[in-house]
Design a protein around this ligand. Structure first.
Ligand SMILES: Cc1ncc(COP(=O)(O)O)c(C=O)c1O
Length: 442
């Protein structure tokens, strides 16, 4: 599926319009620009987290309240970055703040089991069907490294099947041909939602296959939901091959009260978690079948050792548990995901009304705007988007007071209300109306 080849005339227009948008953005953000330039003296490119870098320079955020954030130059934005999905609770939830302040005042870095970790573990075991036992760590990346490493140690096999364009962390990044910094595991890559192709790979590599890892909806890969048939086929085939099935729900567990595997009624052997579950502090967790996880019982013969100075750190444990058990009620989970479905529907309607060849993929509170014609069920067609169009969309939405990601992903927070949904749809509609002639036509 290819976009219409843009004419030379349209190309020149797009360059000029993007340059003009960058100029207006730069003029509106002198303080952010200065901070960014100063940061280059100590941080490579002024950056310490790749996803937060964009052209012409990122705005510096100085605060947040509810679903709004404010930058150094005094602009207030409705926040649809939501800390790349980790900001599910918004920026100032009082219940979480109270829990965090309590532990700060009560003494940090205690260096022993605390009052929170087992209670939080029990709440996670109680809510997510695939998790019979859980261990905490500090990031989603770490959770996936642990899940993959334990799968290799338990099965005595080496290979891992992952999805093309998948993302499971800084050293497990498979987009655009992967990264030279990736873990040196022998990965085999399958096409997302391709049942026959993936089953053939599982069969071909079965003798040395430790695990299959995937997200039940590709988050970083463009918010492409897996079909239930695909997930069921993988469940059956991994079982037959004696390999472990790992669902990375670092992002997607927010899509249903019982996480996305719970919504589908499909239990992987291992599940990884992260993001919002730290209540705004750093977080990772991996869990699953008790017979697998109990290998980490330090009293068991031949136990796996899993260290981590901050695995049970008080801020993440107390803040995370307060958010998970008191804020993310079944009703709150349903509401934020229904609101996301409404937003996705309205954005798709706006694209159709303006006859722009685009599609908003996703489910519930996570979605991604793509300027390619739908439907899209695998990441391949998304590679053909002109990066300048995404950049224009991004800067123009920032200029309209909407804090959005450069790649088109949107994540709603619980405080993001109907008024904010309407505000975003109006801003997107205005962007489409203004730049329609430069966008791919339906
Ligand atoms: C699906 C998925 N897995 C793993 C990770 C890595 O999590 P972290 O950034 O906490 O290391 C991410 C982060 O974006 C993610 O989206």
């Amino acid at each position: 599926m290819n976009l219409q080849a843009p004419s030379r005339h349209r190309n020149a227009d797009l360059d000029a319009v993007l340059a003009d948008a960058f100029e207006r953005f730069t003029a509106a953000n002198p303080m952010s620009r200065e901070r960014h330039q100063g940061a280059m003296a100590s941080l490579p490119g002024g950056n310490t987290r790749a996803v937060l870098w964009y052209r012409p320079f990122p705005v510096t955020l100085v605060g947040g309240e509810g679903c709004y954030v404010e930058d150094l130059d005094g602009h207030r934005y409705a926040d649809l970055v939501s800390e790349y999905s980790a900001g599910l609770y918004g920026h100032s939830d009082k219940t979480i703040a109270k829990a965090m302040v309590e532990v700060i005042e009560g003494g940090l870095a205690l260096g022993a089991p605390n009052r929170y970790e087992a209670a939080y573990g029990a709440a996670i075991v109680d809510r997510f069907p695939a998790i019979e036992r859980v261990r905490f760590c500090n990031s989603g990346t770490e959770a996936n490294i642990m899940a993959l490493s334990m799968a290799r140690a338990i099965t005595g096999r080496k290979k891992i099947i992952a999805m093309k364009e998948g993302y499971h962390g800084g050293v497990l990044t498979f987009a655009h041909g992967g990264s030279p910094l990736n873990l040196p595991f022998p990965f085999v890559f399958a096409d997302y939602n391709d049942i026959d192709g993936t089953l053939a790979l599982i069969k071909e590599h079965a003798a040395d296959l430790a695990a299959v890892i995937l997200e039940p909806m590709m988050g970083g890969g463009g918010c492409i939901p897996a079909t239930k048939e695909f997930l069921l086929a993988l469940r059956e085939a991994t079982q037959k091959a004696g390999a472990l099935l790992i669902f990375d729900e670092v992002m997607t567990s927010r899509l249903h009260y019982r996480a996305l595997h719970g919504a589908h009624g499909i239990n992987p052997d291992l599940l990884t978690l992260g993001k919002y579950l730290g209540g705004g502090a750093s977080f990772g967790a991996f869990g699953g079948r008790a017979d697998l996880m109990d290998r980490f019982d330090p009293a068991a013969p031949g136990a796996f050792s899993h260290g981590g100075t901050f695995n049970n750190n008080l801020l993440s444990m107390a803040g995370g548990m307060a958010g998970f058990t008191k804020v993310l009620t079944e009703e709150a989970s349903r509401a934020v995901n229904e609101r996301g479905d409404r937003l996705r529907g309205a954005l798709n309607k706006a694209l159709a009304d303006h006859r722009v060849a685009g599609v908003v993929l996703g489910r519930g509170s996570l979605m991604n705007i793509h300027f390619v014609p739908g439907p899209v069920t695998s990441p391949e067609p998304l590679d053909h988007v002109d990066g300048r169009i995404m950049s224009l969309y991004h800067v123009e939405m920032l200029l309209r007071g909407q804090h959005v990601t450069p790649r088109g992903m949107l994540a709603l927070s619980i405080p993001f209300g109907d008024a904010e949904v309407d505000g975003f749809v109006a801003a997107f509609d205005d962007f489409l109306a203004t730049h329609r002639s430069l966008l791919p036509q339906a």
